[in-house]
Design a binder for this molecule. Sequence first.
Ligand code: NAD
Length: 286
Amino acid sequence: MMDIKKVVVVGSGTMGAGIAQLCAQQGFSVTVTDISQEFIDKARARIEKGLDKRIAKGKISEDDKKAVLEKMSFEIGNQAAKDADFVIESVVEDLEIKSKVFAELNDLTRPEVILATNTTSMSISAIAKASSRPDKVIQMHFFNPPTIMKLVEIMPGEKTSRQTMDEAEQFARSLGKDPVVCEKEAPAGIVSRVLGQLLNEATWLVETGVAKPADIDKAMKLGAGHPMGPLQLVDMIGLDVHRAKMQTLRKVLDDPRYQHPPVVDKLVEEGHLGKKSGKGFYDYSE
Ligand SMILES: NC(=O)c1ccc[n+]([C@@H]2O[C@H](COP(=O)([O-])OP(=O)(O)OC[C@H]3O[C@@H](n4cnc5c(N)ncnc54)[C@H](O)[C@@H]3O)[C@@H](O)[C@H]2O)c1
């Protein structure tokens, strides 16, 4: 098995910064990269703010914060990958950009180093085409926020080796996560697909007038033991974000079951985006 000391996280956005912080908290040296100082500064500020909040809540000490930040470095460009023992890519969800990043990482890293992508819904095999060692390319899909959420979905591409799958799983465990492994490539993994269907079906029940939102949510809480109703969850996620996710699932899976109903378009077009706008399937004005 690999001896991982130094991790490089490419992309310092919402997920990249969180994954890098997680690596540092678990004792790994980590460099997080981005394309400009502006993004780097924002990421560092966000991480420090998050750690300060934990100090205020009494969950960690000033020394803990210092120890985490000492394990982290921030860089423009991806040269740090030269010394990486493990790389996690978390740049924007765009195949062209991810492919360019993977081609660069392929040349910079040692041949035995695993190149993981945190893509939400892209084909791992398509991303791996940019690399000369597709057996070492794998998906490690973290959930937001990566420091808190226990799950990592691990998924191979067509050419990913079993050894790479085992090592990615072991690395996820060393980050304190409880991973699941998909046996074959299927864009969007498990959670996005199953949750997408559930939320979509609930919105179709509203569309077709089968029941009111409160009754649909009550049914799922009392009848299926869900902690929160699906329409409450859509309101929390944001109608616009939910719709974009459904559009992506519909496209990448080429499956009409993920087609969202007109009521979702209507709410988004009227600016009713859920909790954040004060109204969605529910009214939060009070
Ligand atoms: N946001 C989520 O809840 C979530 C959850 C799981 C997975 N993901 C996936 O994680 C990835 C990142 O998502 P995000 O929400 O953090 O996006 P984000 O837009 O917050 O961050 C992306 C970052 O990548 C940087 N970047 C772009 N090109 C780069 C390059 N060539 N080299 C280095 N950095 C570059 C951008 O400047 C930006 O800071 C996406 O693939 C997304 O699908 C997102």
